[in-house]
Write a protein that binds this ligand. Sequence first.
Ligand code: UD1
Length: 341
Amino acid sequence: MKILITGGAGYIGSHLVKQLLNTNHNITILDNLSTGNIETLNTIKQIRDFDFIELDLKEFKKVDKFLADNNFDMIFHFSASILVSESVKNPLKYYMNNTVNTTNLINCAIKNGVNKFVFSSTATLYGDVKNIPKDGLHEKLPTNPINPYGMSKLMSEQILQDTASAHSNFKFVIFRYFNVAGADINYIDGKLSPRIGQVVQNATHLIKVASEVALGIRDKMAIFGEDYDTLDGSGVRDYIHVDDLASAHIRAIDYLDDINNKSDIFNIGYGKGFSVREVIESMKRVTKVDFRVNIEGRRDGDPATLIADNSKIKEMMGWMPKYDDLDLICESAYKWEEGII
Ligand code: UD1
């Protein structure tokens, strides 16, 4: 199959590309390299060569021509702005980069006969759910995004749904990601040695921040809020290893190829929550570093708990996690960080 991956130089996209390069599919990456990383592309090129075009999705005419010139069968659309707090300060950036560019890409796909589309969405869409069901958040729950980032993704989901209703050949898979973390599970001489991972300045993600503190890149970190209605008062999230997330996308290829399957939305997480304190304990355990942690007030827009009900993706795609071990997630994040300083 001929597959286009937007944002393939980014954190999650590159982990999918790494897995795709071990299949027979023909791979093309489209990325503007604003947050994507050229070194990541050079690293995964060692697995196998692929096509790369440096292009911004806002260049509508060029994107259209590029799709017209290539007969893609399928698009994985990762390119997006992803910071919740930035989206509150600069909503138009999020509606432009996420909703407008996605609309244009879908339009180009329809015009050029690309009928399979996989979209990266987010658990942020569920908002601050007060009574989390025992089995976690199910796809059928109402969406209620509490920030422009979530809204920009929800609007894109709606545009995909309406497009699929109007164009019977067009099918999509929407993945709602929970908290993606960790780095490439790769062993050299029995030692965990990630080749790719998250590259970002001024990181805000908990596991990335904790890795940086353990390595001494930062001198301390904070727990944002200890008065949540959770077991230990700190926020609870469902952390999923990026390689398990990527493997769900591989499953989406067969899912969309099967004429019996319909367009659908899938949560992707492990169905298990860990508190901020538990994550910090895990990072301290695997690194054997006892770093400084302060307690601060809640961060704006943070819900108390986000845990996936993942029964749908397991049942309908046969997806099974391989790395659902918080210590392994933390260790791989740390080893990656250690390798790039
Ligand atoms: C993350 C992503 C969001 C995605 C969502 C899906 C960002 C910044 N966040 O949100 O795009 O849609 O997952 O669920 O891109 N925390 C601390 N101290 C820190 C950092 C974080 O206590 O230094 C806490 C937070 O308050 C939260 C938890 O750790 O309770 C996780 O935070 P973070 O890793 O930033 O992810 P989310 O905000 O859940």
